[in-house]
Design a protein around this ligand. Structure first.
Ligand SMILES: *Cc1c(COP(=O)(O)O)cnc(C)c1O
Length: 221
């Protein structure tokens, strides 16, 4: 029999707790973001009913279709933008999201800073790092991280941590360990890493935010 959404949520939460304890951490130090991209409101509601409040989307336009209505009925939702962001969508992203995981270049920093000032709304931001140095991937280079953090802070962005998506089909642990080391060096507290296939490893290596889609929704939407 197929598992229900609340069964899947309980299983992911239990796995996070086990991984956290095995690393001498506590489960409450890890925020679980349910990545609901491609899934409709009928798939999202059972997770909300089961107590999930943090959700992630990778496209601004798709999020605008789903979330404003849900938000008007469930005020304590926390919405995360986990996908690449075009500068011309910065204002819409600032208006809708509580957390932006994909700050990766100066032009985007400027666009976000302008939008935040205009709206006087300051979503928490992660610097996305292209940790595997892949040409097609978003994220700034490892070498550019310190300067980008400094520039973003100078513009007033609340930079709270680093985010990465390691290369597919390889062992993620070395990339997670590298991101944790970089976060320590840069003295940022939050580390957004780990997806359905590797969130336990990420938690053991210091993730404070995991972004889990298919393991919660039961496949691809
Ligand atoms: C889709 C996505 C996720 C979730 O991926 P799953 O493998 O479905 O858990 C996490 N992070 C980002 C940036 C994504 O685009």
């Amino acid at each position: 029999m197929a598992l229900s959404a609340s069964d899947r949520l309980a299983a992911v939460r239990a796995a996070i707790a086990r991984a956290a304890h095995s690393a001498g951490r506590v489960a409450t130090d890890v925020e679980l973001v349910a990545v609901s991209k491609t899934w409709g409101v009928e798939a999202i509601m059972p997770l909300i009913d089961a107590g999930q409040r943090s959700f992630g989307e990778n496209r601004v336009a798709e999020a605008q279709e789903k979330w404003p209505h849900l938000r008007s009925t469930i005020p304590d939702l926390r919405l995360h933008l986990v996908g690449q962001l075009q500068s011309n969508k910065a204002a819409e992203a600032v208006a809708l999201f509580d957390v932006i995981h994909s700050v990766d270049r100066l032009s985007l920093v400027s666009a976000l800073a302008k939008a935040m000032k205009n709206m006087d709304k300051w979503p928490e931001c992660f610097i996305q790092v292209n940790i595997g140095d892949e040409p097609q991937k978003g994220g700034c280079t490892i070498a550019d991280v310190p300067a980008l953090i400094a520039a973003a802070r100078a513009e007033g962005l609340p930079i709270i941590g680093l985010m990465c998506v390691p290369p597919a089909d390889t062992e993620a642990a070395p990339y997670f360990a590298l991101l944790q080391k970089m976060a320590r060096e840069q003295q940022v507290v939050q580390i957004s890493m780990g997806m359905s296939s590797d969130f336990e490893t990420a938690v053991m290596l210091g993730a404070t935010v995991v972004r889990v889609g298919s393991a919660l929704f039961g496949g691809r939407g």
